[in-house]
Design a protein around this ligand. Structure first.
Ligand SMILES: Cc1ncc(C[n+]2csc(CCOP(=O)(O)OP(=O)(O)O)c2C)c(N)n1
Ligand SMILES: [Mg+2]
Length: 362
């Protein structure tokens, strides 16, 4: 062993720079610069609005389903904000706000959940992988991309997101092992929102904290208050810098909470109490940041109004774009399976065309 295991251990308490009441915890030197916090604030206002608008669109039947990240906006925004243009983000179904913060159009991201297309945006243009629904599978893809970048001598860092439940999957462990052995420049961010659908964390894992899961593989772990965007930016920023310097992967566990049901198809009242939810509402990440910024004289009324207006414009674009129906072209089904269509796919496409022609002729 080349590494002292003590150096891999996460801090015993999650890193927190701004407390639940919006007061600085005293680690002033670690606070991100004011412009970074204001950027995060505008993105969190937009993210909260996106979550609310998407939920409304589900109720109107325009989206089939929406896994909301309401309450997890600090994690989502920080994960995207610490990345450079050349980096990659690997999101899950819950990470729409992270993809949008990285610059993907919300209407394009939600094409998947509207049922229009597997992935409505160009992953290469934004360097955002398609949102993964099978748990933890994207972590192996993320490590592959990071490893390839390292072999090519590129400075790319990969941010790979997953939930607490996904850390029980074999893919999570394989991804960590490979990343550690090959020093892949990847940051694993686990958003521990306390639940995997109805399964609470205590029934999911007996680890002292999920961040310890890296230690056995040689991956350093860190714990952070996921509702404190300042701490998220600092911890993830350090992990990204470290990976870019060639020091290998890191596992960051963000302690947060899924404020709403797993999706609109779930009734969270069946497995958790209103008191529990209320306790987390008082740790709301957006209110916490706003309290801090106002007290520090950093958030002007003008900036608040501008952030709200931008979020309104985004919500209007979402309503406009997602209320429009597309006419799918069946060829699309065959065009994106491989870079070039195989003879077998040509044959299948011809069969479908023939069937549709006969249907039309009836
Ligand atoms: C491989 C796999 N197994 C099971 C599921 C069904 N499933 C969808 S979401 C989910 C819970 C995931 O919980 P967590 O990883 O904590 O993420 P969260 O939804 O809380 O963000 C499960 C079991 C799946 N999508 N993929
Ligand atoms: Mg979860």
């Amino acid at each position: 062993m080349t590494c002292d295991p003590d150096l891999l251990l996460p801090s015993t308490e999650p890193v927190m720079l701004i407390d639940a009441d919006g007061r600085p915890t005293g680690f002033t030197a670690d606070l991100p610069a004011a412009d970074e916090l204001l950027r995060a604030h505008a993105a969190m206002v937009a993210g909260r609005r996106l979550n609310d608008q998407a939920y409304a669109l589900v109720r109107q039947g325009r989206l089939a389903v929406y896994p909301s990240s309401h309450g997890q906006e600090a994690c989502q925004v920080a994960a995207a904000q610490v990345l450079r243009t050349e980096d990659w983000l690997f999101p899950t179904y819950r990470d729409t706000v992270a993809a949008v913060t990285r610059g993907v159009d919300p209407v394009q991201v939600l094409a998947l959940l509207k049922g229009d297309w597997h992935c409505g945006y160009d992953p290469y243009r934004h360097r955002v992988a398609p949102q993964a629904t099978p748990l933890a599978t994207q972590l192996l893809h993320a490590v592959g991309v990071a490893h390839a970048a390292r072999l090519r001598g590129e400075s790319t860092v990969v941010m790979a997101l997953c939930g607490d439940g996904a850390t029980s999957e074999g893919d999570f462990h394989e991804a960590m092992n490979f990343a550690a052995v090959f020093r892949a420049p990847v940051v694993f961010l686990v958003q521990n929102n306390e639940y995997a659908i109805s399964v609470p964390l205590a029934k999911q894992s007996a680890a002292p904290a999920l961040a310890y899961k890296g230690v056995g593989y040689g991956v350093p772990g860190e714990r952070v208050d996921g509702n404190d965007v300042a701490a998220m930016l600092t911890v993830l920023g350090d992990a990204v810098d470290r990976a870019r310097r060639g020091q290998g992967p890191q596992l960051v566990e963000a302690h947060t909470y899924r404020m709403q049901a797993h999706t609109n198809a779930d009734d969270a009242g069946r497995y958790r109490s209103a008191q529990e939810v209320a306790a987390w509402v008082s740790r709301d990440p957006l209110r916490r940041l706003e309290t801090y910024l106002r007290a520090a004289g950093l958030l002007t009324e003008g900036a608040e109004r501008a952030a709200a207006a931008a979020a309104d414009r985004m919500a209007a674009r979402m309503r406009d774009g997602l209320n429009r129906d597309i006419t799918p072209d069946f060829h699309d089904l065959f065009d994106h399976v491989y870079a070039r269509r195989t003879p077998q796919l040509d044959e299948q496409a011809a069969l479908v065309a023939d069937e549709l022609d006969r249907e039309d002729a009836r």
